[in-house]
Design a protein around this ligand. Structure first.
Ligand code: PRP
Ligand code: URA
Length: 206
């Protein structure tokens, strides 16, 4: 299951993000802003629990978030989405998964995992700007499931048909929330038109 948000405010930001002349500082700001829009939509159905509060005029029953949330950026590019999402849900916990694509085969190589223990209802929110072959995302979801996570969503800036199809095939229970779906992968398994290497552009390592 996936949702492509396709909103003018997102299209504007993704267009600037793609631009090869956008420097890392602006790239990070744009990635953060897009991530916040994605999280706002993806969190629309979060359960709230009742909470009584006193306004200056009277007492009333409000509601506060009742779901335990764990944000899981995939290192390294997922870090570019973390702060913005954490600002929206500051009570969330953070786990990390380190994953590096092999330059030749594009297969993911996991190199680090640090995850808090989930309870039965914990929502894991995977963060990664690029869904290309889908190898990294599928590997990350498999690791989360092995650790006991059953509710998983994936927030993503740019996806493509190949990555969406693979995630749908291997993990149909994971809802992907993406700002835009691009055309295809090139021969090096990069998203086209895409934005290049997200990690390099975020952290100035081109
Ligand atoms: C990028 C990106 C994803 C992965 C997507 O990471 O952030 O994790 O590639 O490609 P896939 O869908 O084909 O697996 P990369 O391996 O370049 O590492 P980095 O974030 O450290 O730059
Ligand atoms: N990883 C990236 O950073 N960009 C792509 O287009 C594909 C994988």
């Amino acid at each position: 299951m996936y949702t492509i948000l396709e909103h003018p405010l997102l299209q504007h930001r993704v267009t600037l993000l793609r631009d090869i002349s956008t420097p890392p500082k602006l790239f990070r700001e744009l990635a953060g802003e897009i991530s916040a829009f994605l999280a706002y939509e993806a969190f629309r159905d979060l359960e709230t629990g009742p909470r009584r509060v006193c306004t200056p005029f009277r007492e009333m029953e409000g509601g506060t978030i009742a779901t335990r949330i764990v944000l899981v950026p995939i290192l390294r590019a997922g870090m570019g989405m973390l702060d913005a999402v954490l600002n929206l849900v500051p009570y969330a916990s953070v786990g990390v998964l380190g994953m590096q694509r092999n330059e030749e085969t594009a297969e993911p190589i996991p190199y680090y995992a640090k995850l808090p223990k989930p309870d039965g209802n914990t929502l894991a929110v995977l963060l990664d700007p690029m869904l290309a072959t889908g190898g990294s995302a599928c590997d990350a979801v498999t690791t989360l499931k092995k650790q006991g996570y059953h509710r998983i969503i994936f927030l993503n800036l740019i996806c493509c048909p190949e990555g969406l199809a693979r995630l749908e095939r291997e993990h149909p229970d994971v809802h992907v929330w993406s700002a835009v779906e691009d055309e295809c992968l090139n021969e090096r398994k990069y998203i086209v038109p895409g934005l290049g290497d997200a990690g390099d552009r975020l952290f100035g390592t081109l």
